[in-house]
Design a protein around this ligand. Sequence first.
Ligand SMILES: Cc1ncc(COP(=O)(O)O)c(C=O)c1O
Length: 368
Amino acid sequence: MEDEKHKLLYVPGPIEVKLDTRVACAKPMVGHRTKAFRELYASIKPNLKKVFYTQNAVMVSTSSGSGYMEAAIRNLVGKKVLNCVNGAFSKKWYDIAVSCGRPAEKIEVPSGKAIKPAMIEEKLKTGNFDAVCVTHNETSTGVMNNLQELAEVVNKYEDVMFLVDAVSSLSGAKVETDKLGIDMCFTSSQKAFALPPGLAFASVSERAFKKADKMPGRGYYFDLIELKKNYDKDETPYTPAVSLMYGLDFELKKMMAEGLDARFERHKKLQKTTHAWVKKMGFELFPEPGYESITMTCIVDTKGKDLKKMQEQMGAKGFSIDKGYGKMNEKLAAEGKKLTFRIPHMGNTSEKDLDDLLKAFEEVIKTL
Ligand SMILES: Cc1ncc(COP(=O)(O)O)c(C=O)c1O
């Protein structure tokens, strides 16, 4: 039964999970060293590969995406990692590298800007790096870096691992892992996959596994070699969140039924509708032109509306919304700049769902 007090979740993750997916998670439990579990993982694997556009292993971890952020560093950074920072989550990846004791350097652009290929090239030319970390969709700012243009530079440097956080984009935006030469690409279940939080998925290239195999201090829970050994047997090294994997299997089948191209087109349409609404309302987009996210929109509150009130009143209408990424808005406020708020449009959101949300926003904004 639906909870009457439930507000539809329109924060940029976790996002709303449809009832059919929640029901799929409610299957009876099975042990993870059983044929039933191996059949479940075997059913998940080929569809995950399709969504990641890869021939490589895509491994499920019972963790959120941050686990794989740490795994990428511990397993694949020896010499020095170049962290491309354009917001809170890319900065967090740099902090993870530092806290793991790996040599790390960051290039940093102001909030709202994208990482440009020349910035990476300048650093890689020094020969000091063996890995580059790029956040595809910087959820704090709504900027979607252009993986194609960045891949062209990173792939010129043979010994450099290309590591991509696609946490708030993958399956909403097309990420062609193999074509882009990405060595490790990961995402979380609670974003565009429209599942409850608790799982993360990572594709790892063969050369990345080779590198990891020789890497000292790659940790225990996120040891890619151990994960792969078990993956090859349709198992996980430790007890996985079996219920969520039932949900994942169901959600992947739903994605295949929709068709991946149709899914990406739907997301682009949702983005277009949201951008048109932003313009109509007299607000502005926060990201620099040409780098706007496909899965969410970060909006400048040019009219100085009371975002806290907006959140409360949207809540009263049954929508749980975001009032901007906290730390970024604090910084913008300190600089005397306009604040931002974000509208996610990812997962299983339909045009009708988005219309309902935007209408509610409009009614609320008129009263503020
Ligand atoms: C771009 C990005 N990277 C990483 C993370 C961290 O992911 P998780 O919360 O699944 O650990 C988030 C979470 O919002 C994110 O948006």
